[in-house]
Design a protein around this ligand. Sequence first.
Ligand code: NAD
Ligand code: UFG
Length: 328
Amino acid sequence: MNILLTGGAGYIGSHTAVVLSEAGHEVVVLDNFCNSKKSVLTSLQQILGKELICIDGDIRNTPLVIKILKDHQINAVIHFAGLKAVGESVQMPIEYYANNAQGTISLLEAMKSTGVKALVFSSSATVYGDPQYLPIDENHPTSATNPYGRSKLHIEEMLKDVAISDAEWKIICLRYFNPVGAHDSGLIREDPQGIPNNLMPFILKVIAGDLPVLNVYGKDYPTIDGTGVRDYIHVMDLAEGHLAALLFLSNRYGWHVINLGTGVGHSVLEMIHASEEGSGKKINFQFAPRRPGDIASCYADVKKANQDLAWVATRTLQEMCLYRPVKK
Ligand code: NAD
Ligand code: UFG
């Protein structure tokens, strides 16, 4: 199949590009590089032994998206493009709604006008808000506490309406838990600008000596050791989940929602210890007050993914926390 990856130069998109290409699909990337570097394309070429088609452009440029869908005879779209920093979304809600929600509308308009009606959407466990029960299944009530999460919820609602409006649409919404880790080559990875907000990129910078100390936010949560628990999933498992989702969509119409996680939660201290083992280095950390808006525990019920997608995350915590120095 010919597959368009919006945001395909980003962290999850680039790993998915590898998995899809290796499975024999033709991958076309559309990215405006607002949160990724063009050097990712060279790395992808090194991994795959061939050049990927990449268009430097914005999903909000509807005529451009229409042209790409036509020129490359696209069969399905995986929609990664978006802004994703929770704190930033509180400061810049207009930019978040413009990029995430308006960007998705532009993409949908382009898809409708060209008759490309198969879509995989990158959603997030953030749409479950503060969990009412664990593990979280897809029927758990949704809510949002910040503009980023609300933009994901708005998009989900829009996509559901689109799928209801026309029986030819096939749309799957994947709710990711916490993606971590990198491709074995070490050539592609999560590479945030500045000081990372998320745990694993922060830990990697402490290991590399770029940051002096990790703040562990909260030590009095009702969890195994008092620190926050999350469902960390290896990004290559997540990438393979997209391949499974495309296969699923080949013969399913309508709207589908599926969690992608491991079903197992790990605490911040467990992640620190696994990263110490994975790097052979001691990680300097200190306890700090709880981070506003954080929840104690969050992990997925993955039965639906296992059954409907015939997909299961197989990589271990050790593999997620393996340290690969940046290749210059
Ligand atoms: P990322 O920032 O690494 O990748 C997103 C890519 O989209 C970037 O390359 C960026 O340049 C591009 N982009 C952004 N706006 C664009 C636009 N208007 N037009 C074209 N390209 C644009 O993020 P990621 O971690 O790979 O996340 C991918 C998707 O998964 C996002 O939608 C994110 O909200 C969602 N998600 C991520 C996580 C996570 O923890 N990484 C968790 C849940 C959901
Ligand atoms: N944490 C620290 N120190 C840090 C960063 C994080 O102790 O410097 C802790 C947090 O308090 C939390 C855990 O590590 O207990 C995980 O935090 P992350 O920021 O890595 O991940 P979150 O689960 O808070 O949120 C992330 C994304 C959300 C997304 C969610 C689920 O930021 O947008 O995963 O996919 F919705």
